[in-house]
Design a protein around this ligand. Sequence first.
Ligand SMILES: *[C@@H]1O[C@H](CO)[C@@H](O)[C@H](O)[C@H]1NC(C)=O
Ligand SMILES: *[C@@H]1O[C@H](CO)[C@@H](O)[C@H](O)[C@H]1NC(C)=O
Length: 424
Amino acid sequence: MSMNYVFGFSLFLLLLVALNIYFFYTLIPMGKKSVDFKNVPSIKLDQSPSVFKDIYDYLNYLPSQYKSRNSKFFTLQKTLLTSFSPSDNIQDDWPDLSQVGTGSSLYPHKNSVAGQMLHAMKTAPIVLVDNAPKGTQLKLLLLLEGKQKLYFKPKRYERDHIIHGSIVAGFDRHNSEVFAYYLAMTLNFTWIPPSVIRKIHVDREIVPVATIGLKRTMIRNGNGGRCIYGKCFYCKINETVCPDNKGEIEGAAILYLDKPFQFQVFKSPWHRNYRDSKLMEWQRDNDFCKKVMGTLSTKRILDLVDISIFDFLIQNGDRHRYEMYKDRILLLDNGKGLGNPAVDELDILAPLYQCCIIRLTTWKYLELLSGSSLTETIKLMSAFQGAKLVTEDHFKAVERRLLKVYATVQYCIGRHGSAKVFKA
Ligand SMILES: *[C@@H]1O[C@H](CO)[C@@H](O)[C@H](O)[C@H]1NC(C)=O
Ligand SMILES: *[C@@H]1O[C@H](CO)[C@@H](O)[C@H](O)[C@H]1NC(C)=O
């Protein structure tokens, strides 16, 4: 081998290495850019577990079926709309509620019964109003003609108000309660009390039938309107709810589960730290579910997974405890949703991505709701009540979050295989 040849060959290798380096630095970033990161919101990847990155990778390659409508949902949608349409001749009567809590849904809803019930909750005359002091937020207890009772959670914010900061910040959102009811019914999570927007005239409908206790927590504002500060853990005399220019207070009217309902209350394993910024164990350890599996049944974990999906869609990060009735989790207290339509806190889905199990029936049902069928159905169901529930931004946010739920399940399938993920 001549020296010339060796020298030439070395030169060639050097050139090859140089070209390699050149292409590495110029082409690779271009290749990276072609990946679609547009859908990825501004999450703080550096502080998030790497599981978030993996889920977002699945989101970017989500099969197109999850972005288009599933025609199999049409018949189910029709049934739902029939449940919520007011019957042809609206009567002010209550439907028969003697069987509440005994069937497969908490309250009857089929064949326009839900519509009839919501109509009665919205219009039945009020015979007594009192403070409902249990809990952290201002609410009233209304006794209606016909002996039904309602919780009334007053409106604190306009529909387009955005809550910044912590996921649990701010007052309850009354429309979140009502939206949650329609959402749950659309998802076939029917263990939830009905809820509807109601407006109450303070001077005509509250004051004449208010208890002395309630009157003691009312003060007049500068316009002479009677405002309520109520009685609850966080209630303060300077944080009142006042009538609007028609003298009315708007709120969520939620059917009250009276005796003989006996709930059991449990602390959620995935509860947040409300005292300081220290992370909880589930936030530090992505294998946290192994510990939960040692203490809770698979059925209970599957219930918690269902609920985490529901909470993620509305961004309720406040489910620190949950109530059980007849061995199923009740969806009570849904007022902490709809805080900020631009934010998707993925860690609400921790039960799903840490345990990586989901009921097959839940998954099959979620698959039917793709391509904006979910929010379209909620819009149609709530239209019967004549109130705009939430802004368009919130509807869009729910659709975007549904894609993330699909992606999270795909992530689980990718890691463990569908045989391990789907449970009967
Ligand atoms: C809805 O849930 C009930 C049980 O709560 C179940 O019997 C029913 O089959 C479900 N409907 C659909 C369409 O999956
Ligand atoms: C009401 O007063 C409390 C102190 O008692 C204060 O922390 C809070 O910010 C006040 N709220 C408003 C709306 O001014």
